[in-house]
Design a protein around this ligand. Structure first.
Ligand code: ITT
Length: 200
């Protein structure tokens, strides 16, 4: 396969993982750094799928000839009623960073009202593919796991150092990129995309 894939994200970590997973299928994988003046769209959908669609269509409007792939993802924690979910990137507030989001999550689950709660959680990802202003494919993926009591590891990004995938006793921050990508929400959503590409 060949050509360029434009990933509709400002998150360089997502671009990096997507490049690692899809590198063999494209000559080039770029992201929104290739469209410097683009206003980020308002992600006001109430599902991962809706926000993923908003990002894909906004980028497709700017680059109608390009194959666009948007990724909307987040962490659902059962003890928080599925939160932060679609609000994962802003969990610690408007100026949140990956570090403040992780700290807030660990602090929240350490509160007495959550003592004894299950720490089960999952990452979800919805990938939307667009071309010429239309959605041409949508794929999702999830990985089950639990929230650690404290951060471990330096790898990955976002909530990786506090998420321990099912079947492991180490966080995504400690596990290799190869292990993470082979089982992650993003890896699984991209498997659907690859199957679609191969049929196209
Ligand atoms: P774009 O919208 O520009 O793509 P974003 O980082 O704002 O970038 P989202 O709105 O999809 O992306 O928010 C995703 C949130 O979930 C963000 O806080 C991430 O750190 C976190 N997240 C997503 N995938 C993750 C992963 O594989 N490992 C750890 N955290 C992840």
């Amino acid at each position: 396969m060949s050509g360029t894939l434009l990933v509709a994200t400002h998150n360089a970590h997502k671009t990096g993982e997507i490049r690692t997973i899809l590198g063999a299928y494209f000559d080039e994988i770029t992201d929104l750094t290739a469209i410097p003046g683009m206003e980020p769209p308002v992600e006001d959908g109430d599902t991962f799928a809706a926000n993923s669609t908003i990002k894909a269509l906004a980028a497709s409007k700017e680059r109608p000839d390009a194959l666009i792939l948007a990724d909307d993802s987040g962490l659902e924690v059962d003890a928080l009623g599925g939160g932060p979910g679609i609000y994962s990137s802003r969990y610690a507030g408007e100026d949140a960073t990956d570090a403040t989001n992780r700290e807030k999550l660990i602090e929240e689950l350490a509160k007495p009202e959550h003592a004894g709660d299950a720490r089960t959680a999952r990452f979800r990802c919805v990938v939307t593919v667009a071309q010429a202003g239309e959605v041409v494919g949508q794929f999702d993926g999830a990985v089950e796991g639990r929230i650690a009591d404290a951060m471990t590891g330096e790898g990955g990004f976002g909530y990786d150092p506090v998420f321990i995938p099912e079947g492991y006793d180490k966080s995504f921050g400690e596990l290799s990129a190869e292990i993470k990508n082979g089982m992650s929400h993003r890896g699984r959503a991209l498997e659907g995309f690859v199957a679609w590409l191969e049929k196209r």
